[in-house]
Design a protein around this ligand. Structure first.
Ligand code: HEM
Ligand code: HEM
Length: 171
């Protein structure tokens, strides 16, 4: 059922914030190399994804009864909910695996140079390779699901004329 009812303001805030932080971390991951120093920002912004991701999940649980009804039914409803679920999971899994990759490579995780996160594990070259591959696969899964998520939203606006995008935009 489509209603113009917007998402609660706090959910709109977290959705926008996490979209900006996650897309920034992804792009930094793509463009960083050993020389350009962007790894530092990739990790620091990635840690913000984890912190605000946890706050977002708590906020979502507190707002369950105010969420507007989904526009999809049957299989499509299941697909929509699964994509949202995996995107939310990626918000936590990508930073935690990234944190493990850094520690396994023998580096601490500095947050904007202000302080270091505690080490989750000791140096382990062999495991760092596997974790690095998991992190890369996870980032690709996130990217493709994000495209699917956005295309789904645009499809509703153009084809079914259900303006779901305006329900989650801050304006
Ligand atoms: C939304 C969160 C994140 C996304 C989307 C993301 C994405 C990426 C991408 C696309 C790469 C390049 C993969 C490659 O081509 O090898 C990468 C590499 C890396 N990321 Fe992240 N990342 C995230 C969070 C983090 C965090 C929080 C940390 C550390 C605290 C981190 C640490 C690393 C490290 C160490 C590498 C290099 C891996 C290697 O050389 O094998 N990432 N990340
Ligand atoms: C440009 C980027 C994005 C656009 C245009 C977009 C669009 C939308 C739209 C239109 C909805 C509302 C659907 C409805 O009315 O039922 C929505 C909800 C949602 N989106 Fe996105 N989105 C974007 C980025 C992201 C990212 C990066 C994530 C990663 C976590 C994400 C996760 C979610 C989730 C979990 C929901 C369900 C509401 C909630 O629990 O907060 N979105 N998005």
């Amino acid at each position: 059922m489509y209603t113009k009812q917007k998402y609660p303001k706090s959910m709109i805030f977290y959705h926008s914030l996490l979209a900006v932080l996650m897309i920034a971390t992804l792009v930094l991951g793509w463009v960083m190399d050993r020389e350009n120093g962007l790894m530092f920002f990739h990790k620091s912004v990635g840690v913000l994804v984890l912190v605000f991701g946890v706050l977002r999940i708590i906020n979502r649980m507190r707002n369950m009864s105010n969420i507007p009804p989904s526009v999809n039914h049957g299989t499509l409803h299941l697909v929509e909910k699964s994509v949202h679920g995996i995107l939310m999971l990626m918000m936590l899994v990508l930073p935690i695996v990234g944190w493990l990759v850094s520690n396994a490579k023998g580096y601490p995780v500095s947050v904007f140079g202000l302080f270091d996160l505690p080490n989750l594990m000791g140096k382990n070259e062999a495991l760092s390779e596997t974790l690095g591959e998991m992190h890369e696969v996870g980032a690709n899964v996130f990217f493709f699901l994000l495209i699917f998520h956005v295309v789904g939203a645009v499809y509703h606006k153009l084809k079914t004329k259900e303006d779901v995008i305006s329900r989650i935009l801050p304006w």
